[in-house]
Design a protein around this ligand. Structure first.
Ligand code: CTP
Ligand code: CA
Length: 219
């Protein structure tokens, strides 16, 4: 109901968002994933839509309902997310990478379920790097306004600005991983070239509205 009275700060703009974890298969019944719930990314998608934007949400496996009016594509692996983003990124005004993308995938995932062998020797999993979706989009010639996220477990103030520069994005949003994964509230730090802004602890939906207002002021 509150949303009805929000100014349409992103009217006429299109926003692409990644959210949730990715799932990297080991075999047809097992895989590697992480503790991202998708709540922050889905809250940002909802807030962007409330602000009048046309919103595309590319989601890894989550149990969350699609926010009203948002167009959603479900993926599993980082490679699938990468392909979906590249297929959608053209003509987007804003890209917000909230997904906790697996940095590595299993080399040659098995097509059949792995079985224990008689000797009890566990399988040796080999990993290879996944593509960096945000860095790929940030390197496009006609790139949208790119916003990264970082969940750190320590040294957020230093790691956040270093990551912003490494990813070559104008805005990187930092939070403390174990204080956000699965929770309904959060606390954010916005890292930008000219300094840091703290968004104090609030619900993820309130923070998402503040973040969308901040993005709207910058584009
Ligand atoms: N990201 C991405 N594709 C990847 C990895 C990360 O798009 N393969 C995006 C995330 O969605 C997030 C930002 O990059 O917006 C930062 O992710 P993070 O995991 O914190 O950064 P990394 O460069 O992977 O560094 P780290 O070693 O700390 O994991
Ligand atoms: Ca990572």
């Amino acid at each position: 109901v509150i949303a009805v009275f929000q100014p349409k700060l992103l009217q006429g703009k299109s926003v692409l968002i990644t959210a949730g974890p990715t799932f990297e298969p080991i075999d047809p019944v097992r895989g590697i994933t992480n503790l991202s719930s998708g709540k922050m990314g889905f809250a940002i998608a909802r807030a962007a839509r409330e602000a009048g934007a046309q919103v595309t949400l590319i989601a890894g496996p989550t149990a969350l309902p699609t926010p009203y009016g948002v167009s959603r594509l479900d993926v599993q692996s980082a490679q699938q997310m990468h392909e979906a983003v590249l297929a959608q990124v053209k003509a987007q005004d804003v890209f917000v990478a909230v997904a906790a993308v697996a940095d590595w995938r299993v080399v040659g995932a098995s097509e059949q379920k792995l079985k224990k062998d008689a000797s009890g020797t566990p399988p040796q999993l080999r990993l290879e790097p996944n593509p960096d979706i945000l860095a790929t989009v940030a390197a496009l010639a006609d790139r949208p306004y790119c916003v990264g996220f970082a969940a750190e477990s320590e040294n957020l103030a230093q790691y956040g600005e270093a990551k912003r520069q490494r990813k070559n994005v104008p805005l990187l949003v930092g939070n403390i991983g174990h204080q956000t994964f699965g929770k309904d509230d959060n606390e954010l730090i916005l890292f930008e070239e000219n300094g840091q802004t703290v968004l104090p602890r609030a619900s993820k939906q309130q923070l998402a509205r503040q973040l969308i207002a901040a993005i709207a002021r910058r584009i």
